[in-house]
Design a protein around this ligand. Structure first.
Ligand code: GLU
Length: 619
């Protein structure tokens, strides 16, 4: 298919993203963005991502005989092209995998690390005040060692059947041929415009010809295609000890500012940081919830511990027999309690003693559950509990509180299930939407700003703060890739972006599916609220419209936010079917697909088909 470039863009050089206007309507030549489908049911495996091209790339791998690990890496590489502001080789993530052959859940920690030169005061100014957050975001200082290239190669080595070179082919093709710009991509570019203009290679790539990409045009990223080719040829090592590593370090240390900018803080990242970087296996978190086994990501993510603690608390209440309002009241209360503990106790386990087993113990949950009054909302923020193994009927009153932290609203989650029963639940990110805004010149990808997930300054200097920066440390995350087993077999897997709201999106979606009689697509589509131990609860307008007054009568207070999260998930249904689910509306809708479609789900999530919502566990 010949590609037509507009003359000006062709002249703007090879580093520019290339827009093709007015060409015939194929993916490579513009037209309508590919259609999105939030629910699919069938056989042969399933993929759910935020993006139709990435879902298609994953499904192609499955259809060609690849397994869930292969398809997850291939889809992630595709997301690096089509969702470059949320994910890519400049960032990190957590890869959670159920391996059918062993019946075990594994997790790979591809979180970014702080440079060895980074001390506790890295995000303070000369007077000891925290740097303005947005200034820290768009700086070299916020760039941690990218974990994603090594996560991909390790995931393939450990679980896959494809080489990295093979798994990158779909992404290479997409970067080279281009994807059709949709409203979400244009909108996200617009929201980042100011940041992107500060960095010359970023402006050239994502604001070609100085303008926002047009909806319906084709966006190509030949630089990224070549970078993927480099990874395919030389392996992920090139990003840690090879030429790509050197370019990353140079870019973080001396960000390529546009003329007239001059106020970007340089980074501390050095070649030694990349050379010593590793993607370790971590024990997953595991809790039992209504007869199901819920596996999540352990620290440095707070996802598994916080979702797990809240579920342990909720298990003590009969949610499935409650009407919506009391069920949601308990959900909000358990979430506030678990967040209070997360904020005080969770950080990188190599630097702080995280009392993980106690945080996830039934005894601690029972003590924390004492704080829930079925008829009255707690005054938030609530105090943290004492996960010390000594659990009386009720906790003491005088415990510390802590704020919720300031992670951004970006990231992407993809979920893949194959016909053999392997499942990948993979959340990856460059932190903020648009990351640091710093593109590695000539390489087509943006560096993360993950180090802004550190706490810049302890709220209470008399208490230990588990999430201050330190040399080589991983900032605390909220990413919560989750896999649910029933009697050792996978039934459900899901995840979401959304900074610290990831945790509440996971929690609410699990409660919706397991306790509130919704199918997975309905559970994802349902309006969300997020209580993170803050004075008021963030909630989507539809949530406030449906439940606000009744919950306010119990003492809850809501702050309206446009949307929370962008979840994707899969579920194995009885009869050998697999269901893929994605958002209907949030972030412009997601994309669910199966290799062989069996049920007609054109009616959308609320088909009311009971086959889509079999009873899970004893919820
Ligand atoms: N950096 C965030 C975290 O690790 C994720 C960013 C987001 O989803 O907004 O928790």
């Amino acid at each position: 298919m010949p590609r037509r470039r507009t003359t000006l863009l062709a002249l703007s050089g090879l580093t520019a993203g290339v827009l093709v206007a007015g060409a015939p309507a194929t993916a490579a030549a513009g037209g309508s963005p590919p259609g999105k489908q939030p629910l699919a049911v069938g056989t042969g495996g399933a993929v759910a991502t935020v993006d139709p091209d990435a879902t298609r790339v994953g499904l192609d791998v499955l259809a060609d005989g690849g397994n869930a690990a292969d398809a997850a890496v291939a889809a992630a590489a595709a997301l690096g092209v089509t969702e470059p502001y949320s994910a890519g080789i400049g960032g990190g993530g957590f890869f959670v995998y159920f391996e059918a052959a062993t019946g075990k859940v594994f997790t790979l920690d591809g979180r970014e690390t702080a440079p060895l030169a980074m001390g506790a005061g890295a995000f303070l100014d000369d007077e000891g005040n925290a740097l303005p957050f947005q200034e820290a975001v768009r700086s070299g200082l916020s760039v941690g060692t990218p974990g994603t290239p090594l996560t991909w190669s390790r995931a393939l080595e450990e679980f896959g059947t494809l080489s990295l070179a093979e798994a990158l082919q779909g992404g290479i093709r997409l970067a080279d041929e281009g994807f059709v710009v949709d409203e979400t991509f244009r909108q996200q570019t617009a929201e980042n415009e100011e940041k992107f203009r500060r960095f010359q290679p970023t402006a050239e790539l994502f604001l070609p010809n100085g303008a926002l990409p047009e909806v319906g045009s084709v966006f190509r990223n030949p630089d990224l295609a070549r970078t993927y080719e480099l990874l395919a040829g030389k392996g992920a090592e090139t990003a840690y000890t090879g030429e790509l590593a050197e370019e990353i370090v140079r870019t973080a240390q001396d960000p390529p500012e546009a003329a007239g900018t001059g106020d970007v803080r340089p980074g501390l990242l050095d070649t030694v940081d990349l050379a010593r970087y590793d993607v370790p296996f971590r024990e997953p978190t595991r809790i039992d919830y209504r007869g199901l086994e819920i596996y999540g990501m352990a620290p440095p993510s707070s996802g598994g511990s916080t979702v797990g603690e809240a579920l342990n608390i909720l298990e003590l209440f009969p949610l499935s027999s409650m009407p919506d309002v009391p069920a949601l009241h308990h959900y909000l209360e358990a979430s506030a309690l678990a967040f209070a503990d997360r904020n005080v106790y969770v950080g990188d386990p190599a630097y702080t003693q995280v009392p993980l087993a106690q945080l996830l113990s039934d005894g601690f949950a029972a003590e924390r559950a004492c704080a829930i009054d079925p008829g009255t909302a707690s005054v938030t923020p609530v105090a943290a509990g004492s996960p010390d193994g000594q659990y009386g009927p009720c906790p003491a009153e005088d415990r510390p509180t802590a704020g919720a932290g300031a992670e951004g609203p970006s990231t992407t989650h993809l979920t893949v299930a194959d016909a053999a029963g392997n499942v990948a639940s993979y959340t990856l990110t460059i932190e903020q939407t648009g990351g640091s805004g710093i593109t590695v010149p000539g390489r087509g990808f943006i560096l993360n700003n993950e180090l802004t997930d550190f706490t810049f300054k302890a709220a209470d200097p008399t208490r230990p703060e588990p999430n201050l920066p330190a040399p080589g440390k991983r900032p605390r995350s909220s990413m919560s890739p989750t896999i649910v087993l029933d009697d050792g077999r996978p039934v459900l897997a899901l995840g979401s972006p959304g900074g610290s709201t990831i945790i509440t999106t996971l929690l609410q979606t699990l409660v919706n599916r397991i306790d509130r009689n919704m199918n997975l697509a309905e559970a994802i589509a349902a309006p969300r609220a997020s209580q993170r131990n803050t004075a008021t609860t963030d909630a989507e307008p539809a949530f406030i419209a449906a439940y606000g007054p009744a919950l306010e009568a119990l003492g809850h207070e809501f702050t309206s936010v446009a949307e929370l999260g962008a979840a994707t998930g899969i579920e194995y249904l009885p009869g050998g079917l697999v269901l893929a689910a994605a958002e209907t509306e949030r972030r412009g809708g997601g994309s669910a697909g199966v290799v062989h479609e069996v049920l007609d789900t054109a009616g959308g999530p609320g088909t009311g088909d009971p086959r889509l919502a079999p009873e899970l566990g004893n919820g």
